[in-house]
Design a protein around this ligand. Structure first.
Ligand SMILES: [Zn+2]
Length: 53
């Protein structure tokens, strides 16, 4: 599974432990920050990227 940004679908996402013990995420491409992230497997990631072209 790969974690991708819900905003720009980049896989360049940083993970850190937020307040209260929940994971927080930051996207290195669009600077999205939050607890919401999208999990996809690598095959789906490929098709997502192909669909963007
Ligand atoms: Zn992003």
């Amino acid at each position: 599974m790969v974690k991708i940004c819900p905003m720009c679908r980049s896989s360049r996402v940083d993970v850190w432990l937020g307040r209260g013990g929940g994971n927080m995420y930051k996207c290195l491409d669009c600077n999205y920050q939050g607890a919401l992230i999208v999990d996809v497997d690598e095959e789906n990631l490929k098709s997502i990227n192909e669909n963007r072209k």
